[in-house]
Design a protein around this ligand. Structure first.
Ligand SMILES: [Mn+2]
Length: 346
C-alpha cells in the first residue's frame, strides 16, 4: 500500500538504517522512529523540485552510511540508541494532491499507532497537513501542539483557486480540528506574506507567531522558552515541522521560496536540539528542500543534520529520563562531562 521503494533514484535508507515495510508490522515492531519519504511537490506555488528532497536528505552525508552517528555534543548515537527504521517513500504523485496527502496521512497514522515517532522527509509543506493530522488521529485531536519553523505562516485560505497547497497546511490543520490554533507556535516568520486578512484570521485562532523581528529583539532562547510553555499546556505531545526556508538563503539556498534575513543553520540546529531534549516530540517533518536549486549540497546537508539532531536529542532525553541524568551544554565536552552509559559513546 505505501512502500514502493524509492519513488525517485536509488533505493537507500536514511544514513543506512534498517529498512521496514509498513505492510509488514513485524518489520517495525518496537521501533522508536520510522522515517518516511514524502517525495511530493504538487503543492508548490512557485519553484518546484522538493519531490527530490527525501533522497537528498537521506543521502547527503560524507560519512559512511552505516546506521551509526555518535553525537559529539550529546553523547548519544541517535541511530543506535533508538531503534530507527526507514519505510521508504510513500507513493505520492505530484499531479494528484487529492490522493497523495491521504496516502501519506494513512502511513503516518500507521506509524504513530505502532508507538513510533514518524519522521517525514519532504516534500513541499503541503505534506504537514497529512503528517500532523496522522499523528493527531492517534493521540487525539486537540492533544498535539505544533512548533513550526518557517519564513512563511502557511495559513493561506485559497491559493491559485485551490484549498490545498504548500501555503495553506496550517490553516487546514486548525480548521480540521486536528490541532488547536492556540497551541500553534510559529518561529522565524518574515518577509512580505501573508496579507492582512490572513493575519486577522491567525489572530482569531490565537496562533502565536515569533517573527524574526521579535526573535532579534528578545533573543531566540527567550522566545523558545515561552513557546515551550504554551506547547505543553493541555497537550500531550508536540509536532515539530521544520521548513528549511526558516534559515537564511545563505544557509539554505536550495528551496522554492527563499526569503532573506532568516535563522542561521546553527540557530536552527540548536533550536531543534532544545525542542527534542525538553519536549515530548511525537512527530517531525523536514520540508521544502529542493535539490535542483541547491548549491554544494548546503541545504540537503543541513536538512540531514536537522533530522540527526532531532534523533540524537530524543535519544538523550530518553536516556536522561531513564538514568536520572541531565545534559548540560555549559559543561566542557571532553574533560568533565560525565557519560552515564560509556558503552554507547564509542
Ligand atoms: Mn512552509
Amino acid at each position: 500500500m505505501t512502500r514502493y521503494g524509492a519513488q525517485y533514484g536509488p533505493d537507500i535508507t536514511y544514513l543506512g538504517v534498517d529498512r521496514c515495510d509498513l505492510d509488514e508490522p513485524a518489520t517495525y515492531d518496537g521501533a522508536d522512529v520510522v522515517v518516511l519519504g514524502a517525495p511530493f511537490d504538487g503543492g508548490t506555488s512557485h519553484r518546484p523540485g522538493t519531490r527530490f528532497g527525501p533522497q537528498a536528505i537521506r543521502a547527503t552525508d560524507y560519512l559512511p552510511h552505516d546506521g551509526s552517528r555518535p553525537s559529539l555534543a550529546l553523547r548519544t548515537d541517535g541511530l543506535r540508541d533508538l531503534r530507527v527504521v526507514d519505510a521508504g517513500d510513500v507513493e505520492m504523485y505530484s499531479g494528484d494532491i487529492g490522493t497523495a496527502l491521504p496516502a501519506l496521512e494513512a502511513a503516518v497514522e500507521r506509524v504513530a499507532r505502532a508507538g513510533a515517532i514518524p519522521v517525514v522527509l519532504g516534500g513541499d509543506h503541503s505534506i504537514a497537513f497529512a503528517d500532523a493530522k496522522g499523528v493527531a488521529n492517534v493521540l487525539g485531536h486537540g492533544r498535539v501542539s505544533m512548533i513550526h519553523f518557517d519564513a512563511h505562516a502557511d495559513t493561506g485560505d485559497i491559493e491559485f483557486g485551490s484549498l490545498w497547497g504548500h501555503g495553506q497546511p496550517m490553516r487546514r490543520l486548525i480548521e480540521s480540528g486536528a490541532l488547536r490554533g492556540d497551541r500553534f507556535l510559529q518561529i522565524g516568520l518574515r518577509g512580505y506574506w501573508p496579507p492582512p486578512a490572513t493575519l486577522d484570521w491567525m489572530a482569531q485562532q490565537r496562533m502565536r507567531s515569533y517573527e524574526m523581528t521579535e526573535i532579534g529583539s528578545r533573543g531566540l532562547e527567550a522566545c523558545l522558552t515561552e513557546a515551550f510553555g504554551i506547547a505543553t499546556d493541555e497537550c500531550d505531545g508536540v509536532f515539530l515541522s521544520v521548513d528549511i526556508d526558516v534559515c537564511d538563503p545563505g544557509h539554505a539556498p536550495g528551496t522554492g521560496t527563499p526569503e532573506p534575513g532568516g535563522l542561521t543553520a546553527r540557530q536552527l540546529l540548536d533550536s531543534v536540539r532544545r525542542i527534542c531534549l525538553e519536549l515530548p516530540v511525537v512527530g517531525v517533518d523536514v520540508v521544502e528542500v529542493s535539490p535542483p536549486y541547491d548549491h554544494a549540497d548546503i541545504t540537503a546537508a543541513l536538512a540531514n543534520r536537522v533530522v540527526l539532531e532531532a534523533l540524537s536529542a530524543i535519544a538523550r532525553r530518553r536516556r536522561d529520563a531513564r538514568d536520572g541524568t541531565r545534559w548540560d551544554p555549559a559543561l566542557p565536552l571532553l574533560a568533565d562531562r560525565p557519560d552515564p552509559t560509556p558503552e554507547s559513546s564509542a
